[in-house]
Design a protein around this ligand. Structure first.
Ligand code: ZN
Length: 484
């Protein structure tokens, strides 16, 4: 038997996740810098596909790719005071080279690249005809996380895409935020099978230097949420300090309105495997699986030639559309192989034994529903096509039920406490997401160890009643949850 996961996801999520990472060979935890983790083939193949899907979305919406340096001079950072204050505690600095020779100034290993992009935008953007100016890069970024790190979910190096867009007007910038939310839905939900809610974050929890921050939260195990892509209305603050200006139609100089969007692909990958994995191992959306179909001939010692011939015929048909492999290794039992491919999250397994040959049938097992069925030889292609078509949809359905069922409406602090203990996300009336609500949020953090995630960005929810903490008339309906 392949060594399966011994921890139960429901009972000990943390141990389950660690075993999943190691046993499915996604990462190697032996690399010797805290928070820096080598990704192995099985993870990286899916991650590459995710990058392509995300880039396709950006390309389709008029973004062009560029690539900026990894190092950012300290003086760029210092230009925007909130930004430097927000990021300073997490920046890795490069200060020397060679045999301890000091560099003439400090360089940051980019924790995000606003201060590199906008410096260049001040050279590249000239006229209203250049706008909108939409660019993105694929990059690794570095943050000296103080909290406990966890591969993919919270690491000191992560792999992302960042898009930085400049516009002539505030309205154009706001429209971009809507486009970012839509792009997130097209990828995060439809391709990566992660149901989420997009929130406008409270003012005390926005990106350092932004006017407004919007972020997608997904529900993970143990009732905790994880922040996935976020998009920010940066406004004109950065364009003023970096001098990102354009000459408008009337001949006057104006500062650009800026937005930025940051899907952290490595983190999304982590969220995806947490969300869909089960006690047997990984479950991956069909198009992201490194291997989609494995064919396992059973009892190779007896009818080896015949079985392999049949397996070869089936593979030839299926590989026209899918990634298919035959596992004909003799030193592993069929049972070991079944467990192994379930652990690896291969969506479809086809078993062929001597008795199946006689019956002109095969057995097809599917990982989305953990079911198997005997299928007539001539129906194999149609049957596989059907599974392929509905597979990712099934993962979305399973995860959605989980999300919706975990939101609790509460009106009092007492009920909130109870719901949080039951690992729910809470929807409550709240005084305000402007700075005057910060005190109530602090109390919630202090007494309940939960965070105000914000108000929904996709729809306006009507509120009535009073703030669950201070009792003032509520202006908003907010969601509160514990988070990673
Ligand atoms: Zn309040």
């Amino acid at each position: 038997m392949a060594e399966g996961i011994t921890a139960k996801k429901e009972k000990d999520f943390s141990e389950w996740y660690t075993q999943l990472l190691e046993k499915a060979e996604l990462v190697d935890l032996r690399y010797n810098i805290k928070g820096f983790v080598p990704y192995r083939e099985w993870a990286q193949i899916s991650i590459e596909k995710m990058f392509r899907m995300m880039s396709d979305e950006l390309d389709k919406t008029g973004h062009l790719p560029i690539c900026l340096p990894t190092l950012i001079p300290e003086k760029n950072f210092k230009l925007e005071s909130e930004h430097v204050k927000g990021f300073a505690p997490e920046v890795f600095w490069v200060t020397e080279y060679g045999n301890g020779e000091k560099l003439e100034e400090k360089y940051a290993l980019r924790p995000t690249s606003e201060t590199a992009f906008y410096q260049m935008y001040s050279y590249w953007i000239r006229s209203h005809k250049d706008l909108p100016y939409k660019r993105y890069q694929r990059a690794n970024i570095f943050r000296a996380e103080g909290k406990m790190t966890r591969p993919f979910l919270r690491a000191r190096e992560f792999h992302w895409i960042e898009a930085h867009n400049a516009f002539a007007t505030k309205e154009d910038a706001e429209a971009q935020v809507k486009e970012d939310i839509l792009m997130t839905n097209n990828t995060l939900l439809n391709k990566f099978a992660i149901p989420h809610i997009f929130f406008e974050r409270p003012q005390w929890d926005k990106f350092a230097g932004a006017e407004k921050t919007f972020a997608a939260d997904a529900l993970m195990g143990s009732g905790k949420v994880l922040q996935l892509p976020s998009t920010h209305l940066i406004g004109q603050k950065f364009s003023k300090v970096f001098n990102v200006k354009f000459i408008d139609k009337d001949g006057s100089d104006k500062y650009c309105h800026i937005t930025c969007y940051g899907p952290a692909i490595s983190r999304i990958y982590g969220a995806m495997i947490c969300m869909h994995g089960d006690d047997k191992g990984l479950k991956l959306p069909f198009d992201l699986a490194p291997l989609q179909i494995v064919i396992v001939p059973v009892q190779l010692e007896k009818e080896r030639t015949k079985l392999l011939k049949k397996a070869g015929e089936i593979k030839k048909e299926l590989e026209k559309n899918y990634i298919v492999k035959i596992d004909d290794r003799e030193d592993y039992s069929p049972g070991w192989k079944y467990n192994y491919y379930e652990l690896k999250g291969v969506p479809i397994r086809i078993e062929i034994g001597p008795r199946d040959l006689e019956k002109k049938a095969v057995v097809i097992a599917r990982r989305d529903l953990n079911l198997k069925e005997s299928v007539n030889e001539k129906d194999v292609v149609n049957y596989v096509n059907k599974i392929a078509k509905e597979y990712t949809g099934n993962l979305i359905k399973q995860a959605s039920v989980n999300f919706e069922g975990n939101i609790a409406d509460v009106k009092t602090a007492e009920d909130m406490k109870k719901a949080l203990q039951e690992q729910k996300i809470i929807r409550v009336p709240f005084c305000s997401i402007e700075m005057d609500g910060a005190k109530c949020a602090e109390s919630i953090e202090k007494y309940y160890m939960a965070q105000v995630r914000g108000i929904r960005a996709d729809k306006k929810e009507k509120t009535s009643g009073n703030c669950v903490m201070c009792g003032k008339k509520a202006k908003e309906v907010v969601y509160i949850a514990r988070s990673y």
